[in-house]
Design a protein around this ligand. Sequence first.
Ligand SMILES: [Zn+2]
Length: 224
Amino acid sequence: MPDSDLAPPVEPKPAASPAASPAASPAPSPVASPAPSPVASPVASPVPPAPGALEFVRAFVNTRDVEAGTDRLADPASWAGWAGEHGIRGATDAEALARAIDLRESLRQALLANHDRLPLPASTATALTDAARRSRAAVTFTPEGVVLAGRAGDQGMDAVIGRVLGATAAALADGTWARLKVCANDRCRWAFYDHSRSRTGRWCSMQLCGNRVKQARWRTGQAT
Ligand SMILES: [Zn+2]
């Protein structure tokens, strides 16, 4: 039963009910944020977040809930609500949102490739490089190491992209990137951090998707 190796139960999605709002991101963000979202997580189970700033990348990818069909980058007001939960203020426009969505989906492809321990897809590398140029991200050398961050501070879409870029660069460098994945269920694709010792976690939650896929296979097996 190889799946039992899936160490702590990884993040349950914010409920399977269609009424679920993606605002109910159940992961406590390690990044300083003003206050917990007023929308309480419907599943009160402990959620192991991604380590450090990488949790922000996971949250960014999960602005779209594939299964529920919701997207917090769909319009400027929805984006502002999500960004505010992460301490980022200001406004954005349709063009910046479209670019952010492209970057997010490119990241989702990279997190899918992490299941097979493949390198960063070339298309994702290009998207990140392009985002770095547009958001005026800067490399700063410090006695503690190299820091990549946007110059926008906590303002606007550039702040979001800068934080995504900085965390992605750091995770690629320290090896934690390979553990950030999206659910293997193609109707889900929720981003989760694989805490399993064997690094073979495939589902956002074994309770939800893992069992669902297993049951589907079982039924198919019965039918044929
Ligand atoms: Zn899933």
